[in-house]
Structure formats: C-alpha cells, structure tokens
Design a protein around this ligand. Structure first.
Ligand code: AMP
Length: 238
C-alpha cells in the first residue's frame, strides 16, 4: 500500500479515532528514527520525544543536566539511566502525550526499558508500548552519520553523500550555513555503535520477546519505510 493510502486510513478505524499509544522506534544511530518519528508525528498528531534532542537542548541552554551530559555525549557514551529516566518522566507528564507519543532514542538500556515498563504500568489506562526496530547495514549507517549536516536555523537535515544541499554546506531553504553534530564523526560513531551493540541491542530482544514488536527494512526510500512502520503499528494495535 502506498504511504498516502496508509496515512489516509490510519486516522480512523471503522469511524473510531485511532489511538496510537506509546510507540518505540528502536535502531542504531543514523538508522532514521528521527525522520520516521517526524512522519508519524504529522500523521497521527502525537509528539516525538527524542532523548538525544532533550539532552542537546539542555546542553545548549547550559542547564545542570546539560553540563553533566555534554562530555559523555561528546565521547559517544550513554548518559546515566537515572538522569535520562527522570527527564523522560517529566516529559511524559505533558498533556500532549495523552493519546500517544513516539519515543526516539529511548529506552537505550535494559534498565531504562524496565523503568519504562514499570512507569507505564503504574499509569491507569496506559496502552502497552509497541516497538518497531528499523534495520540498516553498518556501512550505510556510517555514511548517514558522517554525511549528516543540519541547518542551525530551521533544523532541516541534509546528507552530503545521499541528499546534498544545492550549494555546498548551505541550507536550501534559508541560506544558513549547515552545521555538523559534534558526535557525528567516524571515531564517535564507532563508540556509539559499541554502546549500541552492548547496551541497546538487548533492549530490542526484550521487546521482541514481549511480542508487540516489528522489524522494518530501513534501506528503502523514506516514504516506503514510513509506510512499513505505520502498517506495523496499526497491525500491532489491531
Ligand atoms: P541521539 O540523538 O539519540 O543519537 O543521542 C545522542 C547522544 O545522547 C547519545 O550518544 C547519548 O550520549 C545521549 N543519549 C540519548 N538518548 C539516551 C538514552 N536513552 N540514554 C542514555 N544516553 C542517551
């Protein structure tokens, strides 16, 4: 089914409003979780909660949390479970999460997954999480990460190899010079992949074992990946 068809059938099911509930997007750095989260957010009017974005916002605002997190993030290691769980707990209190939300980059350890499972089971009426793992090969991830550039003004994302701007290193939309995330170097990518393999891959297995889980091929055009992710969520919620 084409994306437009999935999107047009996804807002309602037999006349009832579709309630997405908590959705986890799992997968290594650069797999496209952020891009897919934006698509789901637009289709289902639910917020994207990216722990990486929340942490980066704390770093740029110079908060106490940001000061603790910055060096760890620049090394490609994981920020402590307690700090991240607390940050997510605060975000989940916001009213925009009532019908669902997309967690992007969380949980990243089994401790975070256990915390989330317990936290949600204590909220009356909360739906169980559905987890979608996006799969992409190592070499493709490396190109996506080292080629990633972001407009510091409008946040549009480019890739100098796969989706370059019309003029080198300048945003097509507003002419602002593009920036590179400080952790998007090859060296830090390797460290992030090590952290993923040892700490986050077991989280994927945790949700696979719970059953509300699907795997999606991330090496397709963005629209095709989105259609697969949406189909998987609709199926798991049916
Ligand atoms: P991301 O934008 O998801 O790639 O995250 C960037 C960095 O933020 C990671 O390399 C970690 O240092 C930190 N981070 C993001 N989410 C988490 C998390 N759930 N647990 C621990 N650290 C995190």
């Amino acid at each position: 089914m084409a994306l437009s068809a999935v999107a047009s059938t996804s807002g309602t099911q037999e006349g009832l409003k579709f309630t997405p509930g908590p959705i986890l997007l799992l997968g290594p750095p650069g797999v496209g979780k952020g891009t897919q989260a934006q698509e789901l957010m637009a289709a289902w009017s639910i917020p994207q909660i990216s722990t990486g974005d929340l942490l980066r916002s704390n770093v740029s605002r110079g908060t106490a949390l940001g000061k603790q997190a910055k060096e760890v993030m620049d090394r490609g290691e994981l920020v402590s479970d307690d700090l991240v769980n607390q940050m997510v707990a605060e975000r989940l209190k916001e009213p925009d999460t009532a019908t669902g939300y997309i967690l992007d980059g969380f949980p990243r350890t089994l401790k975070q997954a256990d915390w989330l499972d317990q936290h949600l089971s204590a909220i009356p009426g909360s739906l169980p999480v559905v987890a979608v793992s996006i799969e992409v090969s190592y070499n493709q991830l490396l190109r996506r990460i080292t080629g990633r550039r972001i407009c510091s003004l409008c946040k549009t994302s480019y890739n100098i190899y796969l989706q370059p701007p019309k003029v080198d290193e300048v945003c097509d939309l507003d002419g602002t010079p593009l920036t590179r995330r400080s952790d998007d170097t090859e060296e830090v990518f390797e460290e992030r992949m090590r952290a993923y393999t040892s700490l986050t891959a077991p989280v994927v297995e945790h949700y696979r074992a719970l059953g509300l889980f699907a795997e999606v091929n991330g090496e397709q055009p963005v629209n095709a990946v989105t259609a697969e992710v949406m189909r998987a969520v609709l199926h798991l919620r049916s």
